[in-house]
Design a protein around this ligand. Structure first.
Ligand code: ADP
Ligand code: MG
Length: 730
């Protein structure tokens, strides 16, 4: 009898929802734990606030003096809030965030004068953490492990557990980016500049273009006790084995269903905490799979939205613990049911309030809308491999659930109306040109698009990159990912494309073409050229795979090879031309990606092997021996013929168990051998490829035999909590 599993089931079944103290209306405590504009106005001089806001808006450098003022104000606010420590909060190329706390205390007056709280502009602006253990892809050798963190004033500092956390970038001594934030900020600035130039063709007064992100975070909740009885969940965040539950998501009764009370309590507390950090959580609901849920805030500026997502992921883990849950952010914690994604709703808007993906009311607005949309199409088409690489990871490679976007091929869904508009532009000949007047007369039917799209009847849930009325939804992003990766790639490719477009228009106008004519002419060519990326059908169908390959879209499925897209000559050229990442950085980052991939698969392979040898085989053998015992006793009581007849079924099971055990053993041995061979490879890429091609391939076959044993072996003896327990107790 497996006591741990049954104790866990018992413990989980008895739980009641935890109490949640509601501090009042969200508007009363919203942003209480962040040093936002309201706090700045309270703790800083008018002049300082003005300078900071300018720096944020225009990207100007903040002088040391200003940093000193800000540090003083921040310290006052933080200490009043009970903070005793501060830290630079950054995003190394691992999962999650990093922090190293320092206390505010300092000697007041030499060694014997007691201590005071001190915090200076220098400490706020820059630090040198001993960060030799963070992955750098060879940019830093450990003996000169110098990495700097530098304050990002565009993301407000916040207090968590008594520590003032200051969002920062993380760069090497020689200036290379060692984190996710640095290239993101550069990409955002690139898309701003490039889009402003294009907007000025239509609206000369535009000075800035913002990139917006609204993420939707999917996750699973599992009872803490059950989780603790699953070593694979603890060490890999996913179940490496487990037979499908007889009931899972086939009744589709979980999606948008009533939220279970324990989960509702968790969500409520999470929202309260998020509001304190100024994170505007708006939506919460059950997702398709059992025990799967989603939350989403109101969208915001991309850099801040990324930080808020990271903060929410941290909060989720913390608050779940109070409710005796474990949050699983892994993209595919359970086989056979949906995985979790993090849809990235992305758009661009001007400082004058024009949404660049929002169909407009005037001809000028509509032409700008079509221009930005078509350029995005071209960018996604040209760099579909790169965008795929930007969302790919060992985890996300599993995510091919029935209602989620499959990540293996990037295509764009536009919907009927927008497609019709583009067709019309494409097929208009030069003498039958579409004119601005026609746009004005709304012959393209653009004017009624907003109303039509609002009801969302035209949405294609299988598309990895879909237009949804006023934005694009990049759905292939993984649930555990840092959104920066996808957002850096997307904003970069669109920036580079808009620069090309502007050049094209300028050249045509220099040759004497009218502005509108030049734009239509270019758009027509772009629409034709980018056609292969448009796909309105079912992305899951087998036909699509064939069709996509014919169209020349990237269909690679091996994660380590997908990363090559980052260092292709076109990608290097593109990233360098807009100053987001240089070749050295791109190569270094790929090294990190390959290493991470290898380590993840290596850990999974080890855990799988251990579980087979220490959990599965011993239990199966024990059950087999019970059956043998029975058979033996039968023979002692009855004559041989009768005994054999009576225990015929047992004999079959005994053999089946033996076969499965043998298959598990031999495959685990072979997997260990494959690992040994792969481990000898020095080159990070080669090693990752070997892990993908020769180690991963054992996972499914081993699991198959384990899952078969789960069905045979006495339920009382099985040690690992089963899918029906992990997924249905909450
Ligand atoms: P869905 O129906 O796709 O599940 P949700 O309401 O769960 O939609 O999430 C949609 C997300 O898109 C929200 O975060 C929302 O704020 C965001 N969003 C809406 N409009 C825009 C926009 N123009 N740009 C970026 N994000 C947006
Ligand atoms: Mg949603």
């Amino acid at each position: 009898m497996s006591t741990l599993r049954f104790k866990a089931v018992e413990e989980a079944s008895k739980r009641v929802p935890s109490e949640v103290t509601v501090p009042g209306l969200p508007s009363e405590y919203y942003g209480k734990s962040v040093f936002n504009r309201t706090q700045m106005e309270k703790y800083l001089s008018k002049e300082t606030v003005k300078t900071i806001l300018e720096a944020i808006d225009q990207g100007t450098t903040l002088h040391r003096e200003i940093a000193d003022h800000v540090a003083a104000g921040m310290k006052m606010w933080a200490t009043e809030m009970g903070a005793t420590h501060y830290t630079h909060w950054f995003q190394p190329l691992t999962e999650g965030t990093a922090e190293k706390h320092d206390s505010f205390i300092d000697y007041a007056n030499g060694l014997h004068g007691g201590v005071i709280e001190r915090f200076s502009g220098k400490l706020l602006a820059q630090q040198e953490p001993d960060a030799s253990s963070f992955p750098s892809g060879g940019i830093r050798n450990t003996f000169e492990a110098r990495g700097y963190t530098a304050w990002d004033p565009s993301s407000p500092a916040f207090i968590m557990d008594g520590t003032l956390c200051i969002p920062t970038v993380f760069i090497s001594y020689t200036g290379e980016a060692l984190d996710y934030k640095t290239p993101l900020l550069k990409a955002l600035s690139a898309v701003d500049k490039a889009a402003v130039e294009v907007c000025k063709l239509f609206y000369p007064e535009v000075k800035k273009v913002y990139s917006f992100l609204g993420w939707e975070q999917e996750y699973f909740l599992v009872d803490q006790a059950l989780y603790s009885a699953r070593p694979d969940l603890i060490l890999t965040e996913r179940t490496l084995m487990g037979h499908e539950s007889a009931k899972n998501q086939q009744l589709e009764d979980h999606y948008f269903g009533a939220i279970p009370p324990r989960v509702a309590a968790f969500m409520r507390e999470l929202e309260i905490e998020a509001y304190k950090y100024g994170i505007p959580l708006k939506t919460r609901h059950n997702e398709v799979a059992p025990n799967q849920f989603e939350l989403a805030p109101i969208f915001g500026e991309t850099n801040l939205a990324v930080d808020q997502n990271l903060l929410v992921m941290t909060l989720m883990h913390k608050i779940a613990a109070k409710h005796h849950f474990k949050v699983l952010l892994h993209e595919k914690p359970f086989a056979g049911i949906n995985g979790s994604g993090k849809h990235n709703n992305w758009s661009l808007a001007t400082d004058t309030g024009i949404g660049l993906f929002t169909p407009g009311k005037t001809a000028n607005e509509n032409l700008l809308f079509v221009t930005i949309l078509v350029n995005t199409l071209v960018a996604v088409y040209k760099y579909n491999s790169l965008l795929k690489a930007s969302i790919m990871s060992a985890n996300n490679a599993h995510r091919l659930g029935a209602n989620e976007a499959p990540p293996a091929i990037i295509s764009v869904f536009l919907g009927k109306q927008i497609s019709a508009v583009l067709d019309k532009i494409e097929y208009s000949s030069e003498d039958d040109d579409i004119t601005v007047d026609e746009l004005k007369e709304m012959k393209l039917g653009i004017s009624h698009i907003p109303e039509v799209l609002i009801d969302n009847t035209d949405r294609n849930r299988t598309s990895p990159f879909a237009f949804t009325g006023n934005r694009f939804e990049f759905r292939a992003v993984g649930s555990s990912a840092n959104c920066s990766s996808a957002m850096t790639a997307l904003n970069s490719v669109v920036a580079a494309q808009l620069i090309d477009f502007k050049k094209e228009i300028d050249t045509k106008m220099e040759k004497g073409m009218q502005k509108e004519e030049a734009i239509f002419d270019t758009l027509r060519l772009y629409i034709k050229a980018s056609k292969p990326i448009r796909f309105e059908g079912n992305n899951y169908s087998e036909e699509w795979k064939e069709e996509a390959a014919k169209r020349g879209l990237d269909c690679e499925t091996s994660v380590p090879l997908i990363y090559d897209a980052y260092t292709s000559p076109e990608s290097v050229e593109m990233f360098e031309s807009i100053g987001v990442l240089n070749e050295k950085e791109l190569h270094a980052r790929n090294e990190v990606k390959w290493e991470t991939y290898t380590k993840k698969i290596q850990i999974e392979a080890r855990v799988l092997g251990d579980l087979c040898m220490n959990h599965i085989i011993p239990v199966a053998t024990e059950y087999q021996s019970m059956l043998l015992d029975n058979l033996f006793k039968m023979r002692a009581v009855f004559d041989k013929e009768k005994a054999d007849k009576l225990s015929k079924e047992d004999a079959v099971l005994i053999e089946e168990i033996a076969d499965h055990i043998a298959a598990i053993k031999s495959n685990v041995d072979a997997m260990v051998d494959a690992r040994k061979v792969a481990n000898k490879l020095e080159d990070a890429r080669e090693k990752a490829v070997a892990y993908h091609d020769t180690v991963c391939s054992y996972f499914d076959i081993i699991r198959y035999h384990v899952d078969k044993l789960e069905l045979i072996v006495d339920n009382q003896m099985w040690t690992l909590p089963k899918y029906r327990e992990l997924l249905f107790i909450s």
